[in-house]
Design a binder for this molecule. Sequence first.
Ligand code: PLP
Length: 399
Amino acid sequence: MKFKPANNIQDLQYFGEFGGVNPSISDSSTYTFLSAKTMFDTFEGNTDGCYLYSRHSSPSNLYLAEALAAMEGTETANVAATGMGAITPTILQICGSGDHIISSRTIYGGTYAFLKNFTPRMGIETSFVDITKLDIVEAAINKNTKMIYCETVSNPLLEVADIKALSVLAKKHNLQLVVDNTFSPLSISPAQLGADVVIHSLTKFINGSSDTMGGVICGTKDFINSQKSVIDGASMLLGASMDSLRASSILKNMRTLHIRVKQHSKNASYLAEKFEADGLKTVYPGLPSHPSHEVFKSMMNEEYGFGGMLTIDAGSLEKANTLMELMQNKNLGYLAVSLGFYKTLFSAPGTSTSSEIPLEEQKEMGLTDGLIRFSIGLDNDIERTYQMMKECMKEVGVL
Ligand code: PLP
């Protein structure tokens, strides 16, 4: 049967403590026990349904985690305070001193900086490769390799990882395939294609209102429990736990995710086609000109489209900056990092979200000065938006 992520979310049923249509918010950091023995057993991990301390878990966090696990089709999930608060403990739970990671070279700048500059301090080495070249990925595997890390659709270059093929490779060499699916919620379900762990920054599309940070790790019960272990669990011990009030607000926003993703995709697809026809160098997985268009198509849950992210090349940083300022002045969006907002957001990744990547390496991976990354908003009248953007582009000489 076809995997239906939004149905899985819809089919969950929660009631509040007094019959409310929303679950009650667990507004407590700690929990009482009627007997000291139960407290001991809970610390030992031998009691189900007992809460200990909210850094470990809370009812509100579990509701949200359950919805996210349903969306990705994994056994369970654990939410975190930020996307990085999900990524870093996952890497550190799987890898220790002497281990090796193969990572896509085009990933979010923070993750790149963590793997490049931080984990070597702990004796973890990373090879950064072109993840779309499976022979290069396989050639980089050595006897210490534990993990393949990638983003389904990469930030900011929108390279598409072939999750199915990577999972075959991972299984063949007994590696964990960890996939950050932040750019393509609902559109692609990496766990259904063989990923072992799926991560999201909830800060983006899933929450969708740019009012909070959040992250999630979706995986097997064994893996998630190991991360929550009071003895040696990276999520529990590093402490980037989500607050219950936030978990409850993100859960409420998730109910409209399927509608929002469709609109983001519809608008982004419209603009990408127009920009490309106008002669702009445009990258969007939904365009047949995208090198991995067919790979995306082979993986996608069709009704959600190709997502809300696209890039154009304005030719130079100066032009990119002038264009973004002008578009902001015309209220076509905001010059801001992040993504998944109702309003279009744009930024030049080379000098912002990917500035952690040295200039030489940016060049090598094709991250040009004039690249503008767009997170296309929910505009009801995208034709009008396009006309206004086109005027701006003409004014600054991009078109
Ligand atoms: N993964 C991707 C693809 C991102 O774009 C980001 C943030 O921009 C993150 C992870 C990190 O998430 P957060 O900012 O919520 O820590």
